[in-house]
Design a protein around this ligand. Structure first.
Ligand code: SAM
Length: 374
């Protein structure tokens, strides 16, 4: 009862504070959104909310297929940008040392920092800076020099840890930011980029055409398709070394700022409520398509526990019922390496969450890495 009263008190306080939010920043369904996240994030929510209502920061993913990539990188560095991947702090061992073996969480095997390809570069303006990137220019062959994206959305790609010779499935790939980041590592031997939506798949193809030499796209190394990802589990079973499951979600930053086609509109309530089920089905398909020993990264751009940790936990138990064993992999190395650039949520039950923050206004991006063992 005390907890209930306390929660109601916090929500009411929050409702009071919301009256000061300018009309253009309010979304019709603000109560739904604010109530859910103020309860979930507690004292962190007001600061996350303010960050989400402020201008988002971008990262420039350098296109190393462009002949001008070194020049563009140098130009951006001269403007003060930093390659957040190349300048990461190296982690030794991501797990805190325990004296008592009983304290060690065996469900999360210790993970060391993997070898990240030196070819992938993503430049950001320094913390607190509000400079914007100019639109990218084409080189003499028409290839664009960089791709602008939420820099935190590169993290699921880094967590996937693609090594030379790996086959990769990008299950929900459009419009293609993460596909492009995967290709910048020059490690993938075969990449299948899939998306249910035909129009978004066309956008993905266009993105790849603007950034990759034609010969590269014509080789048999990249396959683009428009299938329902949920159905690929049985047909592509145990086929891939790495699987990225970047699911459709409530896209919280978009939802808080843009009223048009907002996922929190009453007309989309049913669709929103069905999202976790679809996300579980997609993650299950991802798990099925991974080979034994292969890794799967699940990601969203939502703060929602129901779409993040709950989906992962549900998929793990459904996989177990099917006789597939998957273990959550520790991403402590990733939070250690990139804590200078991103603000990570403390203490999630599974996975990691980049929280928007005024000093580091990226995210939200949730990611969780799983390893299939049989
Ligand atoms: N990975 C993309 C990127 O980095 O640019 C963003 C993916 S977006 C978050 C989610 C995508 O899932 C949407 O493009 C949507 O069309 C696609 N999608 C929705 N349902 C799907 C399904 N059943 N199978 C495959 N893709 C689906």
């Amino acid at each position: 009862m005390a907890a209930y009263i306390c929660t109601r008190f916090c929500v009411n306080k929050f409702k009071d504070s919301i009256r000061f939010i300018p009309q253009r920043y309010r979304v019709k369904t603000k109560w739904d959104f604010d109530t859910t996240y103020s309860m979930q994030l507690g004292s962190l929510w007001p600061s996350v909310r303010v960050a989400m209502l402020s201008e988002q920061k971008y990262g420039a993913l350098i296109n190393n297929f462009s002949s001008t990539s070194s020049m563009i990188t140098a130009e951006l560095e001269e403007e003060g940008c930093i390659d957040f991947i190349g300048s990461r702090q190296h982690s030794k061992d991501s797990r805190p040392l325990h004296n008592d073996p009983a304290e060690v969480d065996v469900s999360k095997p210790a993970a060391h920092e993997p070898r990240i390809s030196p070819d992938i570069k993503c430049l950001v303006f320094p913390q607190g800076g509000i400079s914007r990137f100019k639109p990218s220019r084409p080189d003499s062959t028409g290839l664009l020099g960089y791709y602008l994206l939420d820099a935190a959305s590169v993290l699921p790609v880094l967590a996937l840890d693609v090594q030379p010779g790996h086959t990769v499935l990008d299950l929900c790939a459009a419009p293609g930011g993460k596909t492009l980041a995967l290709l910048q590592t020059h490690t993938v031997s075969f990449l299948w980029a899939n998306d249910l939506s035909g129009s978004r798949t066309a956008r993905l193809r266009k993105t790849l055409q603007s950034y990759l030499p034609r010969e590269h796209l014509e080789e048999n190394k990249i396959q683009i398709s428009s299938f329902d990802g949920c159905k690929l589990g049985p047909t592509e079973e145990k086929r891939f070394d790495r699987v990225l499951v970047d699911v459709p979600c409530t896209t919280d930053r978009h939802s808080v700022m843009v009223e048009d086609n907002n996922m929190f509109n009453r007309s989309r309530t049913k669709e929103r409520q069905r999202l976790p089920l679809l996300q579980i089905q997609l993650l299950m398909a991802g798990i099925q398509t991974a080979r034994p020993g292969g890794d799967i990264v699940y990601s969203t751009c939502s703060l929602s526990q129901l779409q993040n940790e709950c989906v992962v936990q549900q998929a793990i138990s459904q996989a177990q019922e099917m006789g597939i064993s998957v273990q959550v992999q520790d991403l402590g190395w990733l939070t250690q390496c990139f804590s200078n650039t991103f603000y990570f949520a403390p203490q999630l039950s599974v996975g990691e969450l980049v929280l928007p923050h005024l000093c580091a206004n990226f995210g939200p991006i949730y990611l969780c890495k799983l390893r299939r063992s049989n």
